[in-house]
Design a protein around this ligand. Sequence first.
Ligand code: RIB
Length: 309
Amino acid sequence: MAKILNFGSLNLDQVYRVDAFVQPGETKSSLSLETHCGGKGLNQSVAAARAGAEVWHAGLIGCDGEMLCDKLRENGVNLALLERSDGVSGHAIIQVDNSGQNCILLFGGTNQALTEAYVDRVLEAFGSEGVVLVQNETNLVGYIMRRAHEIGLQVAINAAPMNETVFSYPLDLVDWLVVNEIEGAAIAKCAQEAQILPTLQLKYPKMNVLMTLGKRGAICARGGESAKSGIYHVKVVDTTAAGDTFLGYFLNEALDGKRLEEALRLATAASSLCVQTKGAADSVPLRKDALFALESGALGSLGEWGGWR
Ligand code: RIB
């Protein structure tokens, strides 16, 4: 069973349904407002746990964060290493339009208040077996990666949201990099998509890469092997957490020694179910539902991989 320590962001997602995104200088009314549990970190913990991994979530919540803990707990995520801090939890203002696409504004809150002492405490308690997972929504990402590597843990990073700080991280220590094509191109410093994976693997020989390509599917490379997948064409209600679902499922399968094709297939099925439901963590499907969708053919046939741009 995959064992994952996720030093992950936790957000209260304020989700506004709109007919079209607000434009610069415009004021408009939303159609509805809902609060959901989210944050790339929390969503990925829920996804990996629902996929079957043993997940420990480390991170900080503020005075308003109990519902975030409840969500993780009800999904079987171990919270022994999560702590409470002064201030408010991270939150996200999310607009979701009629086509199910979103745009997201983040406020870091306690996600940005990790201390080195806390990181050290967590790593010491967790031990040296398993994988540390980070996203780019907390502070001290580079420090976590270095310390985790020093004690013998594998390192997985979802370099999202992409910004300049990613270049300061010790990417040579990464075992699993998860990116979309824009993040991948920025990290590889590569204009041609087809060159992103070979460039990364040349520069960082031990790095395995999963790159998602939106409607074109996904591609991954582990050591000398690689695999690609298209998508299922389903009705999209809300894409929030689709990438997190893909990551959680894929990582669990890959760490569990599954073939890359199999890992991609299950992750694709899981994220296809995710986009058909509103919300973030709540839209991550259970493993049994993802497997049933695959086996019953309920998602239709898997499309061809969409190729490079
Ligand atoms: O990946 C989706 C997540 O990004 C949302 O839940 C939001 O909180 C932001 O972190």
